[in-house]
Design a protein around this ligand. Sequence first.
Ligand code: GPV
Length: 839
Amino acid sequence: VEAAIPEPQRAAWIKHTPKPFSTPEEFEKDAIRHIETTLARSMYNCDELAAYSGTALAFRDRLIMSWNQTQQQHTFADQKRVYYLSLEFLMGRALDNAMLNVGQKDVAAKGLADLGFRIEDIINQEHDAALGNGGLGRLAACFLDSLASLDFPAWGYGLRYRYGIFKQEIIDGYQVEVPDYWLDFNPWEFPRHDVAVDIQFYGHVNRYQNDEGKTVSQWEGGEIVRAVAYDVPVPGYGTETTNNLRLWSSKAASGEFDFQKFNSGEYESSVADQQRAETISAVLYPNDNLDRGKELRLKQQYFWCAASLHDIVRRFKKGGHAWKDFPNQVAIQLNDTHPTLAIPELQRILVDVEGLEWDEAWIIVHKTFSYTNHTVLPEALEKWSVPLMQLLLPRHLQIIYDINLQFLQFVERTFPKEREVLSRVSIIEESQPKMVRMAYLAVIGSHKVNGVAELHSDLIKTTIFQDFVKIYGPDKFTNVTNGITPRRWLHQANPRLSALIASKLGSYDFLKDLTQLNKVENFVQDQEFRKEWREIKLANKARLAKHIKDTTGLEVDPKALFDIQVKRIHEYKRQQLNIFGVIHRWLALKALSPEERKATVPRVFIFGGKAAPGYWMAKTVIHLINQVGKVINADSDVGDLLKVVFVEDYNVSKAEIIVPASDISEHISTAGTEASGTSNMKFVLNGGLIIGTCDGANIEITREIGENNIFLFGNLAEDVEELRHGHLYGNYQLDEGLAKVFDEIRNGRFGDAQAFTALINAIVDHGDYYLVSDDFNSYCKTQELIDEAYKDQEEWLTKSITSVARMGFFSSDRCIEEYAETIWNLEPQKPKESAALDA
Ligand code: GPV
């Protein structure tokens, strides 16, 4: 309070508070001032990067004003906040989003034009903030957008990686990883050097009697690493609310170097200490749906959880509430099990530091946390070895054992006759070495657990968490089907379609209430509307064709059917099924007479996605796609009838070009393996149809848009287990069409056959775990149906429009409202006029 400006002087302060620009001239003034002063450039050396920087800084000024306002109001309101803990935030670019969310993109476009720049070129200067791998990280980013747009008091907490996901280069058809140094110039973050938390690792636990004769535990010794906060403003759409994303960066606790060591001549080891500390937040682990159990990863997790909880507890204590009110002030959402250490950490703070009794602390912990599960794949379920945890976090391991003991005693009382259940549900797996099962700890420490699509939420109840449903009853487990933000994934990525819809609906209100899209169906027979819809799709395809030409040199015809599969490369997502299907199609085309070929629909298959650097099978799939492309694209027999493209370095900003350009996109995971999928929603929202399996959110998309508007194929989740069993113990029969495809590959049609042996053998010799052969025929037949359907362009257009009209459910706003109501018990806080706040 001493730091506040005293009352009589506040009038001067208010008078001089920066006012946001609202005309092109005011924007130019702010941007030029930043270019001249903050950046020390002039009109004689203002290139596009400088113009971008000035524009970004002008918008950043606006955001920070509303950020201040929002934070001040939320603090005064003293109401419950939600904290979204995620190791990944795949934010993409910020400028376009900021301009649209504050409603000043037109102003900036005009201002930039006055200075001789095109706004698209300026937007393209920005580096993606790629602090995530795929769907999980992008979901967190969509959630932040919705939380701010709906005026919820919410903070994200994550790590400020110096290197986000690697940049992918394709060299001779192989993926090569290049580090992505993105922090060179990042106008969107505010370093908070005053917000620093010292985080402890290693050491030992001391037990002793305190003054009241109570036995207490103290974690002592070990090493300290400092967490420094960097804040990223998150603007809501069409509201003053600007929330905060706080990212932690690690550095040595003693400042630049350890001066004691420095003075005693140990210069090198002092520098080494510093580098070791900085390593914690240095790089994002590039694995998607895979747990590798690396020590540095565990360090990242604890570092980030401990810093965030310290911050949350400090903020809570400033409010002066009783501890039992903690869950009424704080909700913490765990984005997968990566932040599960926050559970024992809060218990440790409450018991060891704040002196609460174990039981009262545990009630608080368990009411505070909730956990979202994003996969049932066994290789993705996190386990940490007990010896590693003993070394790094000795007190937390004790607490985990105590939590486990209490839990198992409770289970034993409830099910006295079922002894075998105890070892099944124990947090500790009795393996060699013993392992801590993080998902079980997350379930036990949370009041709600949710899956991310209906099928997935049902599956977790019958598979990985079956015993826990028996123990806690079914109400602890719930479903919140994923969603996407229509601001970025419709309005920003596809401005013309957004404008066309707004022209018919009378306003852009649908961007904040996506269910209003249903009114689009009234115009499905409006000829002028249909014509524009078709033109927009064609223009979006032409834009992607240009990107392909510019980056690969390959020409593709925008009038061909664009068939797109972009996502992380993974065996369960089955890009191999797609590329085998392409080979099959090519063989069929070549077998046709020239006359017959003329009647076929030209198709462009577009792939994109990164493989984890250590995932050899995924890298082989990328290689095969590129080799197949090389052969087919040069084959004059098929010419424009078939093209295969691999788009390098798929990321959020490329998705914004790719998603609006599909006729068909592929969401073809083995049934039961893709928890939800979110790009399926993005593509349909942009008027593309999809081919998919009965998996994840595809099922709910079908329910919403109608089964005539989607191309489903393949085996059902309920049959997968038996099919797999049959492969191993029955008489395995490879699909005939697929066998011919394999013959071609083995004959060296696509280069060195040896390179693809493992890929083929996984199917032929090793049980075809992902059911590629079982689904191959159904897949190819469905692709033929798509060819037929595309010939009726009018009917196709009707499907496209109808589908978009029925996609309202998949807004992340709906999804966040479900979390707020059923899990967080959270109310919005509408922004007040600044005058009301000053008063
Ligand atoms: I676990 N997901 C991801 O992107 N990375 C992961 O490590 C894990 C899950 C994804 C799922 O695979 C998608 O099905 C889902 O739509 C997405 O998380 C968001 O829930």
